[in-house]
Design a protein around this ligand. Structure first.
Ligand code: TPP
Length: 457
């Protein structure tokens, strides 16, 4: 029997598209993975891939036809043992679809694919003369939540001590006063419970911001993050979303021992369906948390306790939102690239300063988003400097650093003049003793040493 090829849903919200171009004609043999056509939506032009093999029968919709409903049969494909249909000219108007039900396999794959493949937008222009306001990271995060709560009544904050006590680290300061107890909700000590309530609320159309006192305690809730929030879009074929933000401090704090000093960035960044953000400074904390709250995808937003009190400039703009998935070159240099994120960026900048005194100009990249990773920015810098060190406050094995090194090998090999090195914490549970803790953590000196190695200095 001929297989009907239907207009695919190339994003969860796509209802119709333009059949921009056919790349096959009747009689062509195709196999799974061959590109059959280019489809335009209001967002992008995307390729329509075959998921079967056979011979193209009829093309039922002409090139250039606009408004072709998802699920409309646009062509037929003959299996191997059937005679191919005579070549027909594709003149027919799009056949009306009785039910706009796209091929479920293609739809399920398409449901999560385009967003993560799409090129992230550039950072917004900051107009000349914009006032820059020195702001702590803690205040920037609070401002982001407050602004989004003012703009959208569906946004609410929930977690241990977020309301009356104003946050274990005072990140939710002032929110209870302004928004009241229905939107700033103290919970019992049950991460599993309130993460689950949040995931359900998000599936039901609200926009929860779930604060974990630290991400160490999110271990109790991880099933909701990984198996509910991250999978909803995919498993419903794009019909149901889970727009939730899980946020809180992550990584090593000071002298709190092994169970309270872990970086979960690589854990979450390995999960398709999640967006993972780990900002360093105040402007990024604000602009990216606002973006996270607006995202239709579940976002794991990793803060750092040791950075909450640091002050950085934030542009005073009505609505400062940064693009998810876009890394930032925080310092330009020509001799070597240091890639990092979160608190590691501070160490990388210190290292770059020390290296400059010795005549080595390091380019420092802040990844900002760990999933989707901005490979382009990393590879462009590697092409310029030909040497790279990745600095990560976290365990070395299966780290974000490992991933960056794999990308450099797979896609940047020809740019490399030296092996890429990673500078990570020691591969041990975090010691409690101050001297051992210091020895286990990354610092600027360790980054300087690695940079000298890749520069053969
Ligand atoms: C799963 C988990 N969530 C959160 C915390 C952080 N935490 C440590 S002590 C504490 C408050 C405990 O209060 P309570 O049970 O009343 O005991 P108290 O210390 O007042 O005797 C919290 C929330 C934790 N240790 N583990």
């Amino acid at each position: 029997m001929a297989i009907e090829l239907k207009m695919p849903a190339l994003s969860p919200t796509m209802e119709e598209g333009t059949l921009a171009k056919w790349l096959v004609k009747p009689g062509d043999t195709v196999k799974s993975g061959d590109i059959l056509a280019e489809i335009e939506t209001d967002k992008a032009t995307m390729e329509f891939e075959s998921i079967d093999e056979g011979t193209i029968g009829e093309l039922l919709v002409t090139e250039g036809t606009e408004g072709v409903k998802v699920g409309t049969v646009i062509a037929t494909l003959q299996g191997e043992d059937e005679p191919a249909a005579p070549a027909a000219s594709p003149e027919a108007a799009p056949a009306p679809a009785a039910e706009p039900a796209a091929d479920p396999k293609a739809q399920a794959v398409a449901a999560i694919a385009p967003r993560h493949d799409a090129k992230p937008a550039a950072d917004p222009e900051i107009p000349a003369g914009t006032t820059m306001v020195p702001t702590t990271v803690r205040e920037a995060l609070r401002d982001a939540m407050a602004e989004e709560m003012r703009a959208d009544p569906g946004v609410f904050v929930m977690g241990e001590e977020v309301a009356e006590y104003q946050g274990a680290y005072k990140v939710t300061q002032g929110l209870l006063d302004e928004f009241g107890a229905k939107r700033v909700i103290d919970t019992p000590i049950t991460e599993y419970g309130f993460a689950g309530i949040g995931a359900g609320a998000a599936m039901g159309g609200l926009k929860p911001v779930i604060e974990f006192m630290t991400f160490n305690f999110a271990m109790q809730a991880i099933d909701h993050i990984i198996n509910s929030a991250a999978k909803t879009n995919y498993m419903s074929g794009g019909q149901m979303r889970c727009p939730i933000v899980f946020r809180g401090p992550n990584g090593a704090a000071a002298r709190v021992g092994a169970q309270h000093s872990q970086n979960y960035g690589p854990w979450y960044a390995s999960v398709p369906g999640l967006v993972v953000i780990a900002p360093y400074d105040s402007a990024d904390a604000k602009g990216l948390l606002k973006a996270a709250i607006r995202s239709q995808d579940p976002v794991v937003f990793l803060e750092n306790e040791l950075v909450y009190g640091r002050t950085f400039d934030v542009p005073q703009l009505d609505d400062f939102v940064l693009p998810i998935g876009k890394a930032r070159v925080v310092r330009e240099g020509k001799d070597v690239t240091i890639v990092s994120y979160s608190i590691g960026v501070g160490f990388a900048l210190d290292a770059a300063q020390q290296l400059a005194a010795e005549g080595i100009e390091a380019e420092v990249i802040d990844l900002r988003t760990l999933r989707p990773l901005d490979k382009e920015t990393v590879l462009a810098s590697l092409a310029k400097t030909n040497r790279m060190v990745v600095a990560e406050e976290g365990f070395p094995i299966c780290s974000v650093a490992s991933e960056i090194i794999a990308i450099a090998m797979e896609e940047g090999f020809d740019s490399l003049d030296a092996p890429v090195l990673r500078v990570c914490n020691e591969d041990v549970p975090m010691p409690y003793a101050a001297n051992l803790e210091k020895a286990a953590l990354i610092d600027a000196g360790k980054i300087v040493a690695a940079v000298k190695k890749v520069c053969y200095r």
